[in-house]
Write a protein that binds this ligand. Structure first.
Ligand SMILES: C[S@@+](CC[C@H](N)C(=O)[O-])C[C@H]1O[C@@H](n2cnc3c(N)ncnc32)[C@H](O)[C@@H]1O
Length: 292
């Protein structure tokens, strides 16, 4: 949905834009194509490897940081007010396809899953040091796994027997018999839950979202692509009501303060053509809002 994202940003040639998930740089390159010589683009990625994809272009500034520190770094680089912010959540195909990063069920690799290789917590620590309760909780909350308790028990038992669980295939072998006929889908849920925990993904999204109104100028656009309901829920709520969860506080007249005008009432989904080429697009939800 590259085209829809770029259209959603409503790019002004001399404007200031922010791509908070630079990754392979595909979206950034499309933004640069629309920007004039005075335009500026700030790109964030917590994975320094993404730097290798930077175009040789003086309009771009790379910020090696988690987007949860959006306002701090934009202030530092004089990037406020911005005219548009783009987020394309999750891991990049490069990260998934690098076996030693440990993101994928498809490859043998040490359990890692850190998007930021400087971070202390890896999937290995989670699987080998978390308590039964912590494991149950994260599989239930982040993987929506119905037999989370049984999975946590199997991990505790394997830890006792083998001493440790080292690799993606160790974990997959252990989880597969519990998949209740769901096969690869179950394993994907297990890996997703771990990845969200390791990278503290939902809190990072929430902290990022609440900074966006102070960073954007009135009329500026927020364009977000999410890939599962845990990511999409806070985005949807925040754009609709100006709060991350629940109902907003209303005044005596039943009105509430929301900094956004919705550009998409319903999320945009990828076309059949795009999902045929790109399986990740199948679960993508694009939401766009404009700062009032
Ligand atoms: C789905 S990829 C983005 C792909 C990109 N839009 C492109 O066109 O190539 C997500 C990227 O965002 C980065 N990322 C994910 N969560 C992040 C966070 N909280 N802070 C900073 N970067 C993050 C990942 O390291 C990854 O490189």
């Amino acid at each position: 949905m590259l085209k829809e994202c770029i259209k959603g940003l409503n790019i002004q040639p001399s404007g200031t834009y922010v791509d908070v998930t630079f990754g392979g740089g595909g979206h950034s390159r499309a933004i640069l194509n629309e920007l004039g010589p005075q335009g500026r683009l700030f790109v964030f990625d917590q994975d320094e490897n993404a730097k290798a994809n930077l175009p040789d272009d003086t309009r771009v500034t790379f910020i090696h940081s988690n987007y949860r520190h959006l306002a701090k770094y934009l202030r530092l680089h004089k990037g406020i007010p911005a005219d548009g912010i783009l987020g394309d959540f999750g891991v990049s195909s490069h990260q998934i396809d690098t076996p030693e990063r440990g993101f994928s069920i498809r490859f043998e690799g040490r359990l890692d899953m850190r998007m930021d290789p400087r971070a202390d917590l890896s999937a290995w620590e989670v699987i080998n040091t978390y308590s039964r309760e912590q494991l149950t909780d994260l599989f239930f909350k982040y993987g929506e796994i119905s037999n989370a308790r049984r999975l946590a028990a199997a991990i505790m038992e394997a830890r006792e027997v083998a001493g440790k669980i080292d690799s993606t295939s160790d974990l997959a072998d252990l989880a597969r018999p519990l998949s209740q006929g769901k096969g690869a889908k179950y394993l994907a849920q297990v890996f997703q839950a771990l990845r969200i925990e390791v990278n503290d993904e939902i809190k990072a999204i929430e902290e990022f979202l609440i900074q966006t109104p102070q960073v954007l100028r009135p009329g500026g656009r927020l364009v977000i692509m999410s890939y599962h309901s845990l990511e999409d829920r806070p985005v949807k709520n925040f754009m609709k009501f100006g709060v991350l969860s629940g109902e907003p506080e209303k005044d005596l007249y039943g009105r509430y303060d929301c900094p956004w005008k919705l550009i998409t009432r319903k999320p945009i989904e990828a076309s059949e053509e795009e999902t045929a080429d790109n399986s990740r697009a199948r679960s993508a939800r694009l939401r766009i809002a404009e700062r009032i």
